[in-house]
Design a protein around this ligand. Structure first.
Ligand SMILES: [Zn+2]
Length: 80
């Protein structure tokens, strides 16, 4: 696999930091080179939180679906 390099300094390590130019930017996070600080990308922290919430809902739905499948299987076995 190719090694990711910073386009400015050639650094190989990156980090995620909070961006706080003013209060309205409080939810933004920067993905940057750990050596020189060159910004590679910007992420909205609210999007991460929303993805986590969706992941938890999917896990809950999966558990409920598994229970429904078990109940249907149990009913079918009783019919036979
Ligand atoms: Zn760099």
């Amino acid at each position: 696999m190719a090694v990711s390099l910073c386009g400015k300094c050639g650094g190989k390590e990156f980090e995620l930091t909070n961006y706080s130019a003013d209060a309205s930017d409080a939810g933004l996070r920067l993905f940057q080179c750990a050596q020189c600080g060159a910004v590679i990308g910007v992420f909205d922290a609210a999007v991460f939180e929303k993805i986590k919430q969706i992941e938890e809902r999917l896990k809950l739905m999966d558990r409920r679906l598994t229970n429904i499948e078990y109940d249907i299987d149990t009913i079918n076995k009783k019919r036979k």
